[in-house]
Design a protein around this ligand. Structure first.
Ligand SMILES: Nc1ncnc2c1ncn2[C@@H]1O[C@H](COP(=O)(O)OP(=O)(O)OP(=O)(O)O)[C@@H](O)[C@H]1O
Length: 520
């Protein structure tokens, strides 16, 4: 899935060294960069399919072809579970709490919140149909809670097992986006943005620099210039942030300035952690924001900002709460009932109530979305039902150089302007399929626009706040045209300067180069 592609695993990307993009108005783009919308769609559709197949094959390799006991040993299945409780969560989802049949704690496993899993009878072989499919919602040592759309018809009273499966939802969303991009987009909010991002219309900026009174009084000159340029961008700006130069700091200032001027902002990143980071850093400002996404995937400290938490506070959700209580009572009845006919009736009643609850919840959700100035979500989360028909004045994407271009389009189609923050000279997204990678799936929008427009749409941050100048020097010279400076607060700091670090040969020098040839 896109998030994983962006953050984990071994990349097949073969780029080893990139040159500094000294593009600009007069820079010539290679034929590789002359990408029309039609070309893009027809090129990406098969590559997405290849990537999906690669992920499915990888997951089949680890589960379906293995005996259940072996799959458990490898951490991608949990055997011998019993269903200890059934509850309802937000939007009528059913939460199944599964506990070990034997012993107090679950066996060691690699399941994490938001993994897609199937629930099977413990005795079922690898080809048997699943009782249901769901998402890991909560994990504790002694139980695992799975959110399913519908309560399984049969089998919950027997011994169960969970198996991790490939998440095809992301790929479906990527494909849906490509299809949308290819047809109705010219009437959508991004109608004027699309031609600019495909090179058939020139990007424009405000004639005069936009002055602003910063919320963050400590912005350095390059950050302030980047914010000003972003506020003056009529369609697109690339905020190029080499390591530790305060890319996210500048992004937050842009968000706050946009809200101040009355914009509705969609702020995204490829990974949940990067989105949570923005939420956490925005929370101290008086800005109406909401974080979309499954609560099981959010950092505990930002749960208050989540859609679930805000919906629960809204007036519209009290009715839904009453319905949920009713559902809970019926659910426990359902678990105890063995008679087939009564189970069927209970199921019908539960379905009806679930529908009603969803309707009420949907209203409560729409209220929160309408009243928020900033909506934060992962890129694939931007295609969620909650944002259907919602448009934005500006879409801001952090970590844009680690996100698939197709994933960026999920968010971009909802906005009139966009700001992409990232560094295309660092690692690109991870692609599982060698063929898809060769075909160009991993080439990011950030990189493509940097090559197509160069400095015409790009500003670079030039002061870094993370490392000693000697560590920075190499990358600054090799990749960033020697333009990066180390801020005074880090310019000369070493490991040894940190509290509780002992003086030693490994902590005193700034940089130790180790010849690793022959080590592997
Ligand atoms: N103007 C500034 N003055 C002082 N510290 C700053 C400034 N801008 C950024 N920093 C600090 O620099 C560090 C990096 O900032 P930030 O996380 O915004 O950068 P980034 O470029 O997004 O980082 P990364 O390299 O992880 O992508 C943070 O500790 C931040 O507080």
């Amino acid at each position: 899935m896109a998030e994983k592609m962006a953050t984990s695993g071994k990349s097949h990307n073969s780029k080893e060294k990139k040159s500094y993009p000294g593009g600009g108005k007069n820079s010539k783009s290679s034929s590789h960069d002359e990408m029309t919308l039609d070309k893009f769609v027809s090129k990406m559709l098969p590559l997405i399919e290849l990537e999906k197949e690669a992920e499915i094959t990888a997951s089949k390799d680890t589960i379906a072809m293995l005996k259940p006991e072996v799959a458990q040993k490898r951490g991608c299945a949990i055997l011998n579970l019993k269903c200890a409780d059934v509850q309802t969560g937000l939007l009528g989802k059913t939460l199944l709490e599964l506990q070990p049949n034997r012993g107090d704690i679950l066996p060691p496993h690699k399941l994490t919140p938001h993994d897609v899993v199937v629930l099977k009878s413990n005795k079922a072989d690898s080809t048997s149909a699943a009782l249901g499919q769901g998402v890991v919602y909560r994990l504790k040592d002694d139980c695992i809670t799975v959110a399913v759309d519908d309560i399984p018809e049969d089998g919950l009273n027997s011994s169960l097992r969970l198996e991790k499966v490939a998440n095809e939802v992301t790929y479906r969303r990527l494909k849906d986006t490509l299809v949308e991009l290819s047809k109705g987009v010219l009437q959508g909010p991004a109608a004027d943005l699309v031609p600019v991002l495909f090179g058939s219309k020139r990007p424009t900026f405000s004639q005069k620099p936009i002055s602003f009174s910063p919320f963050n009084k400590g912005l350095d000159n390059s950050q302030a210039a980047a914010v000003s340029k972003a506020l003056g961008a009529h369609d697109v700006l690339l905020l190029h942030g080499p390591p530790g130069t305060g890319k996210t700091t500048a992004v937050l200032e842009i968000i706050l300035q946009e809200v101040k001027r009355g914009s509705k902002v969609l702020a995204c990143a490829a990974s949940n952690i990067a989105v949570d980071n923005m939420v956490e850093r925005l929370a101290c400002h008086k800005v109406k924001l909401v974080r979309l996404g499954h609560p099981a995937r959010l950092l505990p400290q930002i749960l208050e900002s989540s859609l679930d938490a805000q919906v629960l506070k809204g007036d519209n959700s009290s009715l839904a709460n009453d319905i949920r209580k009713e559902i809970k009572v019926l659910n426990s009845k359902f678990l105890k009932t063995r008679d087939r006919k009564s189970r069927g009736e209970l199921r019908r009643e539960l379905r009806q109530l679930g529908k009603e609850e969803r309707k009420r919840q949907q209203q409560a959700i729409s209220d929160v979305i309408r009243d928020s100035n900033v909506i934060l979500t992962t890129l694939t989360g931007a295609l969620s039902r909650q944002l259907q028909d919602v448009s934005f004045d500006v879409v801001i994407i952090d970590e844009a150089a680690q996100a698939l271009e197709v994933a960026c389009w999920i968010a971009l189609l909802k906005g009139r302007r966009c700001i992409l923050a990232g560094d295309h000279l660092q690692l690109p997204p991870t692609i599982q399929s060698v063929e898809a990678d060769k075909g160009g799936l991993g080439r990011t929008l950030f990189e493509r626009l940097a090559a197509m427009y160069g400095n015409e749409v790009m500003v670079m941050l030039t002061v870094q706040y993370r490392m000693h100048h000697l560590i920075m020097e190499w990358s600054s010279q090799e990749l960033y045209g020697g333009k990066i400076q180390a801020h005074g607060s880090v310019n000369r700091h070493t490991l040894y300067d940190l509290e509780d670090v002992q003086k030693a040969s490994a902590t005193e020098p700034t940089l130790i180069l180790i010849d690793s040839s022959g080590c592997f």
